[in-house]
Write a protein that binds this ligand. Structure first.
Ligand code: 26W
Length: 823
C-alpha cells in the first residue's frame, strides 16, 4: 500500500532518532547533549532529506529510462515557503518524526519554526508555481520547474513606529547549508550577452564576443504526496566563467578583474520586488535571458540524449511560460534550432510553436512587459534580429488576411513605435505559443476581448482558453489546519490520503452541515485556530487579540487595484459609526478584529501611504476605550507563506475586493474558503467561480460589475462629480483622515487625492455597496449556527480549486503528457 511503498530509509521511530543523532554528530559535527532547536531542526531535516534523495534519484532515473514526454514550467518566481513540514506530510512520516523528536527532548512545533521561508517570489504568480510543482509530483507527472536561485528573496518588511514600510534584505541562504537543494556543480552552461551578430547564408547568424557567464544548477527536491515520485525544481546560479579576468589580473588591473566576476554574480543576486509594474532595467532583462538560455540548453541536451530528430521535439517537450517573463525562450529556441542545429526557419518555427505555451496573469497595462529595442539590440543582438524576422513574417500574414488595415498592423506588431521603440513581450509570447490561457474564466475572457483581441481575430478562438487557478490542499489544508484535516478524515471515514488527492470528495461533508455535533466540532476548531493566531500575535508583536470577535482578514500585496484603501476607509467608517452610538446600541454590535498584511513594492509611494494609514488608524482605534472591545485593527508586518499558514485557518471572513476586471484570479480566496472562511468580494477573478461552486448565498458580493468599470472611469475623467455629492459617507471619512484624526493629515493628501481626483479604482463608486456587504456579514454572523453551516458548505464545495485539477487540465489539454509512476 501507499503506506510502505514510497519510503525507503527511516520509517520507524527508533531508526528516525538514530538517524537524527547521527546527523548531529557527523553532518553537523556537534554534540547531541548541548544542541539547540536550530541544530535539532537541521539534523532532522537532513534525516528527511535522506529519504527525499533516494526517491528523487529513483524518479529521475525512471524518467530518463522511460523517456516520456515531459513538461517544463518556466517561472521567474517560486514562492515555496518552508519545506520540512511539507516533506514530512507528503512522506506520511509526520507522526513518527514528532515522536522521535519528542524522545530526543525537543518540540516539533519549535523545530518547524526554525526553518526560513524560501521566498523566491512576489505573490500570487510565484505561489501558484509552487502549488503546481506540488500537484505535478503528487499526480506523478513528469514536470520540472526551472527558475533562478536568488541569493536574496523578497525583502523583509519592517514597519516603523510612524507606519513607514522599511525594507531589509532577505539573506535566506546565509544560515549555512540548505538541506532541500542539491548543488550540481557539474551541470553548467555558458550564457552569452552583448557581442555582435553577423548574418550568414541560409538565415543563420554568428553571434560572438561580448560577455560569457556560467549557469550552475541547484536541484530542489519536490516530493509528491503519498508517492515515490519526487520531481525536480532546477534553479540556476550565475558565476563568472573564470574566477577572474586573468588578463587584467596579470596586468595589475585588479579592479577590472574583480568587476567582471562581480557583474556575473550579480545576475542571480536578488529577486525584483515589483509585481504589476515594469521598469525596463538591464539587470532584469539579463536575469530573464540567463535563466531561459540555461533552461533551454538543458532541455535541448536532455532531448538530444533520446536520439530523436528535432522534428520530434514537440512530442517530447512542452514548455509553459509563467507570464511573459520567460518569453525570450521563443527567440532563444529559434536561435538554437537555426544557428546551432542548422534547421531552416519554417521548420524551426513549427517546432517552437508546437512546444511553447503561454499563461497570462494580468491585464493591467502597467504590468505588460515591454523592452526597449536599443537595450535588446545591445544585450541580445541575435535575438533582436530573430524578433524582427518573426515580426516581418507575422505582419505579412496579417496583411494577407486583412489587406490594407494599417492600424491593425500597428496594433499587432511586436514592435511598439515610440522613443524608444519597444518589444511587446505579450505579443511575442502569443504568436510563438501553441496555446494561450488566462487564469480564471472572467480573466480569460478579458484576455480574449481586450489585450489579445486582434490575435483572436487573426488566429481564431481555439488557441485561447482558460485554466482556472488552483491551490494545493496539502499545504493549504492538511498542513496549515491539521485539526480540520483530521475532522474531515474522521467524518468521511477515509484516510486523508484519499480526499487530499481527490478533493471533490469534500462534497460528502455536505450532509454534516445539518449535524449539530459536527457543527460544534467545526466551530471549536475555528476557535482554536483563532487562538493560535492570537498567540502568534502576542509572542511576535506583544499585542493581545480578542479571540471572541469575528476575524476579518485582508492579506495580499499592497496595490491600488486590490483596494486595501477601501478596506481601511470602511474600518474608519465603522469606527465613526460606533462612536456615535449609545452604550445600549453598542451592546448589539458584533465585535470585529481586522487583520491586514502585505508588502508594497519599495518604490510604490501610494501603496506605502496606505500602509501608513492602516498603521496609524489602528493605533488610534485600538487605543479608544469606548470602542476597543468592538473594533480593533492590526497590520502584521512581513507577510509570508508561513504567516499565511497561521492567518488563513483563523479567518471568519476575508476580503477580495479588487475593482471588477482587475484581479486575474486570486488564489488566497480559494485558501480561505477551503478552510471554512467566507468571502467578502467583488464580482472579479476566481471569486465568481468560487461563488458558483459554493453557492452565492455563501459569498458576500458587492460593487459594480466589469462592464460598468470602463464607463464609470470615462465619467470620472470627463464629468467628475465631487466625493461630497457622489458619496457623502465616504467624504466624511476622507475629511477625518485629512483633518488629522490619525496623525498629520497632510501626509495622506496624495493618497486621498487619488480618490478625490480620477478615482481610477472606483472607490467612490463602490463604497456604499461595500459598507452594505459588511452589514450583511454582521447580520449573518448573528445566527451562529447558520454561519457554521455556511462555513461547512463552503469547504465542502471547494473541490474544483485543487491545483491537482488545474495541473491535470494543463497536462491533458495543453502538454499532452501522462503520469509516469515510479514503482
Ligand atoms: C514585470 C513586473 C511584473 C511582475 C509580476 C508584472 C506582473 C507580475 C505578475 C504577473 C503579477 C501576479 O502575480 N499576478 C497574479 O497572478 C496570480 C496567479 O495567477 C493571480 O491569482 C493574481 O490575480 C494575479 O494578480
Amino acid at each position: 500500500t501507499w503506506k510502505e511503498g514510497f519510503r525507503s530509509v527511516n520509517t520507524e521511530v527508533p531508526s528516525i532518532t538514530k538517524s537524527i543523532v547521527n546527523h548531529v554528530q557527523t553532518s553537523l559535527a556537534r554534540q547531541a547533549y548541548n544542541l539547540d532547536d536550530l541544530g535539532a531542526y537541521q539534523a532532522a531535516a537532513l534525516s528527511v532529506r535522506d529519504d527525499l534523495i533516494l526517491n528523487w534519484n529513483e524518479t529521475q532515473m525512471h524518467y530518463t529510462r522511460k523517456a516520456p514526454k515531459r513538461a517544463y514550467y518556466l517561472s521567474l518566481e517560486f514562492l515555496m515557503g518552508r519545506t520540512f513540514d511539507n516533506a514530512l506530510l507528503n512522506l506520511g512520516l509526520k507522526e513518527q518524526y514528532r515522536e522521535g523528536i519528542t524522545k530526543l527532548g525537543f518540540n516539533m512545533e519549535d523545530l518547524l519554526e526554525q526553518e526560513r521561508d524560501a521566498a523566491l517570489g512576489n505573490g500570487g504568480l510565484g505561489r501558484l508555481a509552487a502549488c503546481y510543482l506540488d500537484s505535478s509530483a503528487s499526480q506523478e507527472l513528469p514536470v520540472w520547474g526551472y527558475g533562478l536561485r536568488y541569493q536574496y528573496g523578497i525583502f523583509q518588511q519592517l514597519i516603523s513606529p510612524e507606519g513607514q514600510q522599511l525594507e531589509q534584505p532577505d539573506p535566506w541562504l546565509a544560515g549555512g547549508e540548505n538541506p532541500w537543494e542539491l548543488p550540481r556543480l557539474d551541470v553548467t552552461y555558458e550564457v552569452r550577452f552583448y557581442g555582435t551578430a553577423e548574418r550568414l547564408p541560409e538565415g543563420r547568424a554568428l553571434w560572438q564576443g561580448g560577455q560569457e557567464v556560467l549557469a550552475v544548477a541547484y536541484d530542489v527536491m519536490v516530493p509528491g504526496c503519498y508517492t515515490k515520485n519526487t520531481n525536480n525544481l532546477r534553479l540556476w546560479e550565475s558565476k563568472p566563467k573564470r574566477g577572474f579576468d586573468l588578463n587584467s589580473f596579470n596586468a595589475g588591473d585588479y579592479e577590472h578583474a574583480v568587476e567582471s566576476s562581480n557583474s556575473a554574480a550579480a545576475i542571480t543576486s536578488v529577486l525584483y520586488p515589483n509585481d504589476h509594474t515594469t521598469f525596463g532595467k538591464e539587470l532584469r532583462l539579463k536575469q530573464q535571458y540567463f535563466w531561459t538560455a540555461a533552461s533551454l540548453a538543458d532541455i535541448v541536451r536532455r532531448f538530444k540524449n533520446i536520439g530523436k530528430p528535432f522534428s520530434a521535439f514537440p512530442d517530447y517537450v512542452a514548455i509553459q511560460l509563467n507570464d511573459t517573463h520567460p518569453t525570450l525562450a521563443i527567440p532563444e529556441l529559434m536561435r538554437i534550432l537555426i544557428d546551432e542545429e542548422e534547421i531552416p526557419w519554417g521548420k524551426a518555427w513549427d517546432i517552437v510553436t508546437n512546444t511553447v505555451f503561454y499563461t497570462n496573469h494580468t491585464v493591467l497595462p502597467e504590468a505588460l512587459e515591454k523592452w526597449p529595442v536599443p537595450l535588446m539590440e545591445h544585450l541580445l543582438p541575435r535575438h533582436m534580429q530573430i524578433i524582427y524576422d518573426i515580426n516581418l513574417f507575422f505582419l505579412q500574414a496579417v496583411e494577407k488576411k486583412f489587406p490594407g488595415d494599417r492600424d491593425r498592423l500597428a496594433r499587432m506588431s511586436l514592435i511598439e513605435e515610440g522613443f524608444p521603440k519597444q518589444v511587446r513581450m505579450a505579443h511575442l509570447a502569443c504568436i510563438g505559443s501553441r496555446k494561450v490561457n488566462g487564469v480564471a474564466e472572467l480573466h480569460s475572457e478579458l484576455v480574449r476581448t481586450t489585450i489579445l483581441k486582434d490575435f483572436v481575430e487573426f488566429e481564431g478562438p481555439s488557441k485561447f482558453s482558460n485554466v482556472t487557478n488552483g491551490i494545493t490542499p496539502r499545504r493549504w489544508l492538511d498542513q496549515c489546519n491539521p485539526e480540520l484535516s483530521a475532522l474531515i478524515s474522521k467524518t468521511l471515514k477515509v484516510d486523508k490520503s484519499v480526499w487530499l488527492k481527490d478533493l471533490d470528495k469534500l462534497k460528502e461533508l455536505l450532509p454534516y452541515a445539518e449535524d449539530a455535533g459536527f457543527r460544534k466540532e467545526w466551530a471549536a476548531i475555528k476557535q482554536r485556530n483563532k487562538e493560535r493566531l492570537a498567540h502568534h500575535v502576542q509572542t511576535t508583536l506583544g499585542l493581545t487579540v480578542n479571540t471572541h470577535a469575528m476575524f476579518d482578514v485582508q492579506i495580499k500585496r499592497l496595490h491600488e487595484y486590490k483596494r486595501q484603501t477601501l478596506n481601511i476607509l470602511g474600518v474608519i467608517h465603522r469606527y465613526l459609526t460606533l462612536k456615535q452610538m449609545t452604550a445600549a446600541e453598542r451592546k448589539k454590535v458584533n465585535p470585529r478584529v481586522v487583520f491586514f498584511a502585505g508588502k508594497a513594492a519599495p518604490g510604490y509611494y501610494i501603496a506605502k501611504l496606505t500602509i501608513r494609514l492602516i498603521v496609524n488608524a489602528a493605533r488610534i482605534i485600538n487605543a479608544d476605550p469606548e470602542t476597543r472591545d468592538l473594533l480593533t485593527v492590526y497590520f502584521l508586518p512581513d507577510y509570508s507563506v508561513s504567516l499565511a499558514e497561521v492567518l488563513i485557518p483563523a479567518s471568519d471572513i476575508s476580503q477580495h475586493i479588487s475593482t471588477a476586471g482587475t484581479e486575474a484570479s486570486g488564489t488566497s480566496n480559494m485558501k480561505f474558503c477551503l478552510n471554512g472562511g467566507l468571502l467578502v468580494g467583488t464580482v472579479d477573478g476566481a471569486n465568481i467561480e468560487i461563488a458558483e461552486a459554493v453557492g452565492e448565498n455563501n459569498v458576500f458580493f458587492f460593487g459594480h460589475l466589469t462592464p460598468a468599470v470602463e464607463d464609470l472611469r470615462y465619467q470620472h475623467m470627463y464629468h467628475p462629480v465631487p466625493v461630497e455629492e457622489k458619496c457623502p459617507p465616504l467624504a466624511k471619512v476622507l475629511d477625518c483622515v485629512a483633518s488629522g484624526m490619525f496623525g498629520d493629515g497632510g501626509v495622506y493628501e496624495p493618497l486621498l487625492n487619488t480618490i478625490r481626483q480620477h478615482d481610477y479604482y472606483l472607490i467612490t463608486e463602490d463604497f456604499e455597496s461595500y459598507i452594505g456587504a459588511l452589514a450583511m456579514v454582521d447580520q449573518a454572523y448573528l445566527d451562529k449556527e447558520e454561519w457554521i453551516k455556511k462555513s461547512i458548505r463552503t469547504t465542502a464545495n471547494m473541490g474544483k480549486f485543487s491545483s491537482d485539477r488545474a495541473i491535470l487540465e494543463y497536462a491533458e489539454s495543453f502538454w499532452n503528457i501522462e503520469p509516469v509512476k515510479v514503482a
